[in-house]
Design a protein around this ligand. Structure first.
Ligand SMILES: *[C@@H]1O[C@H](CO)[C@@H](O)[C@H](O)[C@H]1NC(C)=O
Ligand SMILES: *[C@@H]1O[C@H](CO)[C@@H](O)[C@H](O)[C@H]1NC(C)=O
Ligand SMILES: *[C@@H]1O[C@H](CO)[C@@H](O)[C@H](O)[C@H]1NC(C)=O
Length: 506
């Protein structure tokens, strides 16, 4: 069924190799772009153990599979093919169809739904006071929702199948499932509020704009919908990373700033790469110094992006960096920071990614190589050497991996983004764009109120998607306050909806 006679065996082998070692090959081929991981899930090394345990209560969640349409936008024979799409329902708190109690729908993003469900405690924390039904829908091509029941590797290696992997198809999936669910529950007048974090937050806000008849409102947490098409400067993300390090500890910031040259210097010595591999206890010998530098850039980015008040990885890292005596050398300081974050492992830097993360890397590389072109680069920066975004080389890399060039203007063509206030002020309603300004992705978020109901709710100290994680006794007041504000706004949307419903004679 899924053959591709046109593909030469050389190319087939190349793709097979690429997909087998997604982390290494894709990361290498797509080295021209520095797009740090999106998503709500904290990298394993930054997990707060208390929160992880608390989130694993699963008995109220029932899993379903929806017979989903492969292609919502064409009418060719293959468009009508169906695949199983996973969604999970928690009806423990629901007030029922007769009372028009609301439905909260969480939009899966670039990962299997299980991980995000465990993370998005905001829903279970607040469902009772809204008497809300909770629904979690997995994004197509991730987890158990891959067409033809394939693995992602296999689906992505077939040019006839991977083309159905897009955000527009994903939003249409969500609409179909939510309409189906309301019919099944006879809940015609149960308003739906959609919610997502990061890429899932972008989807939630876009869904409210495209499907107002399905979603009454959207909570879009840490959604960088403006990080496209040069709406914001390409270096915005890494500027925040550098600023956060500088504010946390200027000596730590300076150590990192000086380390890049030192890494290159050591690498250029005879047997220099072996020396570096030993210093950093790499899992396999380094092939180049840029392999190490890329790893470190991402690590620093993640430390800031997920700098949650409960785990404080930034402080943890900088304390370790600063704690190494100068006589031990610059690179030992860098290594100490790395160990502080990862813990004592047998090796570092180029360990193969875990199964679920490997899937995310692979799927997201397709998404960024087609439509999610986030032109992120480093230009003038106080902590990192320049590494400007180069669309040409990015495009060539994408073509060599997937055979198609990216469409860098498609997101803004289809969803907008330019002049967002001017455009949405009179058109849109009922969207919360929440952010934490510590999160480097907040630089691409909506940080100004667009209208009385399209609002920006941010905190100065928050991290990536922090507001939609589960509440914790140790949460600082500003976080508690942010969540309360969000709840209050959602209640207003619902009150207006019920008033309208009544007034319009339903
Ligand atoms: C799923 O949908 C397809 C296409 O509409 C249809 O042919 C198939 O019978 C459906 N399968 C189930 C189990 O309902
Ligand atoms: C790693 O091991 C060393 C020595 O056993 C110990 O002092 C240190 O606290 C450990 N670090 C972490 C992050 O677990
Ligand atoms: C936007 O409006 C909301 C609700 O009125 C308010 O709480 C919030 O502080 C405003 N945000 C900004 C960035 O002004």
């Amino acid at each position: 069924m899924i053959t591709n006679p046109g593909m030469s065996s050389h190319r087939r082998l190349w793709i097979a190799l690429l997909l087998l070692s997604a982390s290494v090959a894709t990361a290498h081929v797509l080295d021209d772009v520095d797009i740090p991981k999106l998503g709500m899930s904290r990298p394993e090394f930054l997990l707060d153990p208390a929160r992880a345990v608390q989130a694993s209560v699963a008995e109220d969640f029932v899993t379903f599979f929806y017979n989903q349409t492969l292609d919502h936008f064409n009418y060719g024979p293959e468009s009508y093919t169906a695949f199983n799409q996973r969604y999970v329902v928690n009806s423990k708190y629901w007030g029922g169809a007769d009372s028009g109690a609301p439905i909260f729908a969480f939009f899966g993003a670039e990962a299997a739904i299980d991980g995000d469900m465990a993370n998005v405690g905001f829903l279970t924390d607040n469902a009772a006071q809204f008497r809300a039904l909770l629904v979690y829908i997995e994004h197509r091509f991730y987890g158990k929702s891959i067409p033809y029941g394939m693995t992602l590797k296999k689906a992505l290696s077939d040019p006839n199948i991977r083309g159905y992997f897009s955000s527009a198809q994903a939003l249409a999936d969500y609409a179909e499932i939510l309409i189906h669910l309301k019919q099944k529950l006879k809940a015609e007048h149960s308003p739906i509020i959609v919610l997502g974090g990061s890429y899932g937050g972008m989807l939630a806000s876009w869904f409210r704009l495209k499907y107002p008849h399905v979603a009454l409102g959207a909570l879009a947490s840490s959604a960088p919908i403006l990080y496209f098409d040069d709406i914001i400067p390409q270096d915005a993300y890494y500027s925040v990373v550098a600023k956060s390090f500088l504010e946390s500890s200027s000596s730590c910031h300076q150590t990192i700033r000086r380390s890049w040259e030192e890494i290159d210097r050591v690498a250029s010595e005879p047997r220099g790469l072996t020396k570096l591999s030993n210093t950093f206890k790499t899992c396999s010998p380094l092939q180049s110094s840029s392999e190490l530098k890329k790893y470190l850039r991402f690590l620093y980015a993640q430390v800031v992006q997920y700098n949650d008040p409960s785990t404080q990885p930034l402080k943890l890292m900088c304390d370790a960096v600063n704690g190494v005596p100068p006589r031990k050398g610059l690179l030992q300081k860098i290594f100490a920071g790395l160990v502080a974050i990862n813990g004592n492992l047998t090796c570092y830097v180029n360990a193969p990614p875990s199964g679920t993360f490997a899937q995310t890397l692979l799927g997201w590389s397709w998404q960024t190589c087609t439509e999610m072109v986030i032109p992120m680069g480093i230009t003038r920066n106080t902590m990192f050497p320049p590494k400007p975004f180069n669309l040409n080389s990015f495009s060539n890399a994408c073509k060599s991996v997937f055979g198609v060039p990216p469409r860098p203007h498609w997101v803004t063509t289809y969803f907008g983004g330019h002049d967002i206030k001017l455009i949405l002020h009179r058109f849109a309603s009922n969207i919360i764009f929440s952010n934490g300004l510590q999160d480097p992705y907040s630089s691409g978020g909506v940080l100004k109120n667009i209208s009385s109901t399209v609002v920006a709710i941010y905190t100065a100290k928050g991290s990536h998607t922090l507001d939609i994680l589960g509440a914790d006794k140790s949460d600082p007041d500003w976080l508690v306050e942010q969540r309360k504000t969000e709840v209050r706004i959602m209640k207003k949307w619902l009150a207006k909806y019920y008033a309208d419903l009544h007034a319009f004679g339903n």
